[in-house]
Design a protein. Sequence first.
Length: 271
Amino acid sequence: MTAASLFFAVGYIPVRELSPRFTAFELVFYRSLITVIAMLPWLARVGLGRLRTRRHLVYGGRAVLTYAGMVCLFYGIVHMPLADATALIFTAPLFTIVITGWTLGDPIGGHRWLAVAAGFAGALIVSRPGFVEISWPVLAVAFTAVAYGASNAATRALALTEDANAVVFYMFALMLPIGIGPMLYFATVPTWPEAGLMVLLGVASFLSQQCITRAFVNATAAIVSPPYYLQLPFVAVLALAIYGEEPAVWVWLGGAVIAASAYYIVRRERR
């Protein structure tokens, strides 16, 4: 999950660079397309039989939730303060833990809740959200948090019985037919540099989803959720290195709280 957080953070860079010229619909579609292309060598090696499944409804529902959540997230980021959007989206792991506990019977317990709450508190320290008026962007990002929480719970459920690579492949392959209509409507032809950024976005998405799926294969959501918040300090470091944006002291303080929560849960689970 720590590696997934790093790749999520890397993916924010091409999104930031491409957003002025491309709509959220286009970015989501190209992200999915490049990820599917990246997985074709695996599919050619193992054959189509590896994609055989009886869990079509779970795969389909997860794809719809992920697509809708991603489009709403990009819309919200453009139309509301980034700090507020960040605070809202980082409630997703809390929804994941509740849903997996309810549907899969994953044990949670007080110590795991404590670690997750500490990670969420670290995220709030970094973003320092203010009180915001209820608006369409706020509602859109709030929906993203719920959608991502449910999508991660579905990934956890699928990872228990399905091939991990198939779980990742279906995530993005099923979003292509969902998103092709809006993508064609807004179609913008990318330049070669923009195409390179699209590839970076797709590769980062591919790697992050591979990592998060394998995290859910090996542990419950309550265990792997605290490192999910590490993408906030990862983003701060990348912003400093690429854009020269010096992070405030709150970033380091919140990052330390997040890292401590992740370390605590790992140490306790080892015992």
